[in-house]
Design a protein around this ligand. Structure first.
Ligand code: NAD
Length: 520
């Protein structure tokens, strides 16, 4: 069903077919998709087949400079548009995304591998951030206090920063760009964004849709590449703030480098999210939720419930968890019956299998072995079936490292206190979930667990867009989080005005005393 007044546009990724049959991904500068002049290109493979889908350029320095120059020029007029104008554009933009959600999802399944419903969810969760941007006039409102002294008032405005930069991981190729540029530009900034070199297609489509919604050339520009493009964003003096989402190594590097260059930075990084199961939980529901949260999206979610702590007698629930995991169908993400798609690359699969083997070598039990998964018709794909490791101890590699694959790591504890201690000793603080029907246990967990996002009978507690994504400790560096009110603060400065308007001044009869508000 199309929204009124919005045509269904057949958005294609910005590609041209080369003579070899493989497409090239373009860059997006000054409102136009253009072919890169780079002589360095990265092959992007469909994770289900390992066939080359497109070639992604490593942008030249001149191209990246052009992107920033375009954003800087566009800022002059865009920053002066009214919040109401930007709100109108966001309303139109959200309709265009909604009408093309399935096209976007198809691209995500091809480039990233996740199932079509997961890919639609990827777009939908980003769309919710755009929805929130539709209320930008009220979100940008400042504060006021009148009569702080004789004829004197104080009030504040939220003003844009300038050009902002965004660096995106592979696992949510639509949602995470939509955490960044819609909020940035709704606040009056312009943006240079670098999608993951492993699946930039959805970001390209989303930026093209932005132009269709009426955003002028240069307000959002897309560059491609890896380390050099990231360092360029961290170093460029005209980029005032950097939003990063990705792994620990890259996130810490970006935080340090961009901060050293005087930029405002928010960096969302890795995770090890624990689910705690109490004996009074709704057993069938909890088991189903754990299986979905551990193995869905092939475990490649930063909020995947990759670790479970079975408290007391719930260690006897393992056979049912295993049974539920075995019911999940592994295969090509475009097949409507499939639950678990491939992981992103052969290198990623190799790394995951190495961690599984390390668990065996360190004395854990491979309770469900998904290492030899094969999918008929997709024999070259990067498939791993749901895998469960039990008898895990905190010193083991499979517990210490983020696995980022369809692998559930199981620990046991005698009490809720013990489970909370385990979670709080883990360096990450992204998310956690408790399964219980006891309010007192839930309350204890909420108040004692040291993670930024807590679910009670909700396995993946990613907040809605009017809140912020509040991972903590090893999962985040910075002060202000993505989306919600905190993102508005991140993308704006506060300008505070103290003004005295007295009738005596207007008539030239005021006294000549210098006074501060505290003095009278
Ligand atoms: P990644 O760090 O490999 O890539 C992220 C971005 O950084 C990419 O654009 C990439 O080109 C660039 N990059 C990669 N290595 C770099 C380096 N050494 N120096 C500079 N730039 C570099 O991450 P990924 O594999 O694409 O994504 C998976 C990771 O992202 C997981 O750790 C996951 O937990 C994390 N993640 C976190 C959140 C969150 O909100 N906390 C959300 C999604 C993903």
């Amino acid at each position: 069903m199309l929204s009124r007044g919005i045509s269904k546009v057949n958005f294609k990724c910005q590609r041209v077919w080369s003579s070899t049959g493989a497409a090239t991904t373009k860059i997006y500068i000054d409102g136009k998709a253009v072919e890169s002049k780079s002589n360095e290109w990265i092959d992007l493979h469909n994770p289900a087949t390992n066939e080359v889908v497109t070639k992604v350029p490593k942008c030249t320095t001149a191209e990246m400079e052009n992107a920033v120059a375009s954003a800087k020029e566009a800022y002059k007029s865009w920053s002066r548009t009214t919040p109401l104008h930007r709100q109108k554009i966001m309303f139109k933009y959200r309709s265009i995304i909604e009408n093309n959600l399935k096209e976007l999802a198809k691209n995500i399944t091809t480039e990233q591998g996740k199932t079509l419903p997961d890919a639609e969810g990827d777009v939908f969760r980003g769309l919710q951030v755009v929805d929130h941007c539709c209320s930008i006039p009220s979100m940008l409102m400042g504060e006021t206090l009148s009569n702080v002294a004789t004829d004197m008032d104080i009030y504040s405005y939220r003003t844009p920063l300038g050009v902002t930069g965004g660096i995106v991981p592979f696992n949510f190729p639509a949602m995470i760009p939509l955490w960044m540029f819609p909020v940035s530009i709704s606040c009056g900034n312009t943006c240079v964004i670098k999608p993951s070199e492993r699946d930039p297609g959805a970001c390209m489509m989303l930026v093209e849709m932005l132009t269709e919604a009426g955003v002028p050339p240069g307000v959002v520009n897309v560059i491609h590449g890896t380390h050099d493009a990231v360092n360029f964003i961290c170093d460029h003096p005209d980029i005032k703030a950097v939003s990063f989402v990705g792994s620990d190594i890259a996130g810490k590097h970006v935080y340090e480098r961009a901060c050293k260059n005087g930029k405002r930075v928010q960096s969302n990084m890795g995770a090890k999210n624990h689910g705690v199961v109490l004996a009074d939980a709704n057993k069938t529901k909890a088991i189903s939720q754990i299986a979905g949260a551990a193995f869905g999206a092939a475990g490649q979610r930063c909020m995947a419930l990759s670790t479970v702590i079975l408290v007391g007698e719930t260690k006897n629930w393992l056979p049912q968890i295993k049974e539920r995991a075995q019911q999940l169908k592994v295969g090509y993400g475009g097949d409507p019956n499939v639950d678990v798609g491939p992981v992103i690359s052969p290198q990623s699969k190799k790394r995951i299998l190495e961690i599984v083997q390390s668990a065996v070598d360190e004395g854990a039990t491979l309770y469900l072995d998904g290492r030899n998964a094969t999918v008929a018709g997709y024999e070259k794909g990067n498939f791993i079936a749901p895998t469960i490791i039990t008898d895990v101890k905190p010193h083991m590699r499979c517990y210490k490292e983020e696995i980022f694959g369809p692998v559930l790591v199981c620990l046991t504890a005698n009490t809720l206190d013990e489970a909370i201690d385990i979670i709080n000793a883990n360096p990450y603080g992204n998310g956690t979930a408790l399964f219980t029907s006891n309010g007192a246990s839930a309350r204890q967990f909420i108040h004692q667990v040291d993670c930024g996002q807590v679910g009670i009978n909700v396995p993946i507690p990613v907040p809605l867009s009017m809140f912020s994504f509040t991972g903590t400790r090893g999962s985040f560096q910075g002060d202000l989080h993505f989306f919600g009110k905190q993102a508005i603060q991140f993308y704006t400065e506060t300008k505070t005005i103290t003004a005295q308007w007295s009738a005596a001044d207007a008539s030239g009869k005021g006294d000549d005393a210098i006074s501060m508000p505290t003095m009278r």
